[in-house]
Design a protein around this ligand. Structure first.
Ligand code: F6P
Length: 342
């Protein structure tokens, strides 16, 4: 058997841990692995790279993807899916294992519908893929947010300022909610819950009255605030998706806070620091479990499915269900728990 392997869409911490696990597990089952560079681009251009033990030595703790990745989405390219299918067959690939977010899983589903064997592995710091409680990369980005909040607390407290931290999350508030909970945020703004600016301003004033002279707000880049509408964004990435970093939601909220409350306010945009560097232990273990499960799925010919973390077990879930249930919103119960600590 030959496994084709790629990482598609944005990178995240823990991809290399998963690649290592897939290659090492495959070798133990006498399976060959062939990689494709820069995500779907490598497959469209048909550049296979044989992978072996020498490629994975020492990569468990490293960030990024040794295979590289890109936002190229073959579903949005004319003849993209048939070209990929043809190249996979030409290379003698028996099953394609794809690591990535919702877009990558939906490309795999498309290939599956055409009759090509595929297996998905959920990897995105956004943690918004359906049917899995955790995706590779999520906990590492939460750690970065929590660390940033610890640091912002000390300076906000010295200067009696409001500090706003803008974090990633294209369609969901997972990073903002978990990061905010871990770092003791005084207010969290996520797309799943409509936040009214007046409520936020009242809360900040109340905190001052209680003798709390600083406040920390975490905002997801995709947050919804009726008083701060989404501008008509023109900038799109390679897949045609809006560049949410150009929305400047953190800065806009900051200006509103300063104008309305008179409290001195500063804004930090965490950006790609959330996606870079070494994965935390949770992600290394999750990626290792997903990787060996994906190879087990290949051996058992469980195709058209994604490895999923459910109740501390790794299970195989139909890709059609995964795509249908994506993007997965945060549980409102957890959001309400976070509110208790405002
Ligand atoms: O999907 C992961 C993600 O990091 C989002 O949270 C963010 O909106 C987007 O990718 C940023 O993409 P890029 O790296 O292309 O700027």
């Amino acid at each position: 058997m030959v496994i084709g392997l790629l990482t598609g869409g944005s990178d995240c911490q823990g991809l290399n841990a998963a690649i290592r696990s897939i290659i090492r597990s495959a070798i133990q089952s006498d399976i060959k692995v062939v990689g494709f560079n820069q995500g779907w681009k490598g497959l469209l251009e048909n550049h296979p790279i044989p992978l072996g033990l020498e490629n994975v030595s020492g990569i468990l703790p490293t960030g990024g993807s040794i295979l590289g990745t890109s936002r190229i989405n073959p579903k949005k390219i004319k003849e993209g899916i048939p070209t990929i299918e043809e190249n996979l067959r030409k290379q003698g690939i028996d099953v394609l294992v794809g690591l990535g977010g919702v877009e990558a899983q939906s490309v795999l589903l498309e290939l599956h519908k055409k009759g090509f064997p595929v297996i998905g592995v959920p990897a995105t710091l956004d943690n918004d893929i359906g049917c899995t409680e955790y995706c590779i990369g999520f906990m590492s980005s939460v750690d970065v947010v929590a660390d940033a909040l610890d640091k912002l607390h000390t300076t906000a407290s010295s200067h009696h300022r409001v500090i706003i931290l803008e974090v990633m999350g294209r369609r969901s508030g997972w990073i903002a909610l978990y990061g905010g909970l871990a770092g003791g945020a005084d207010w969290i703004i996520i797309p799943e819950v409509q936040t009214y600016f007046s409520d936020l301003a009242d809360h900040l004033k109340k905190r001052r009255e209680m003798g709390k002279y600083f406040s920390i707000i975490v905002v997801a880049e995709s947050a919804k605030m009726p008083e701060i509408p989404m501008p008509d964004l023109k900038d799109k990435d390679d897949t045609g998706q809006l560049r949410l970093d150009r929305r400047n939601i953190g800065m806009r909220i900051g200006e509103h806070v300063e104008k309305t409350t008179g409290f001195e306010t500063r804004v930090t945009v965490l950006g790609h620091l959330q996606r870079g560097g070494s994965p935390v232990a949770f992600d290394r273990i999750l990626a290792t479990r997903f990787g060996s499960h994906a190879v087990e799925m290949a051996v058992k010919k469980q195709f058209g499915k994604m490895a999923a973390f459910r109740g501390n077990n790794i299970e195989s879930v139909d890709l059609a269900k995964v795509v249908q249930e994506s993007p997965r919103p945060v549980p409102i119960q957890l959001y309400n728990t976070a509110r208790m600590f405002y």
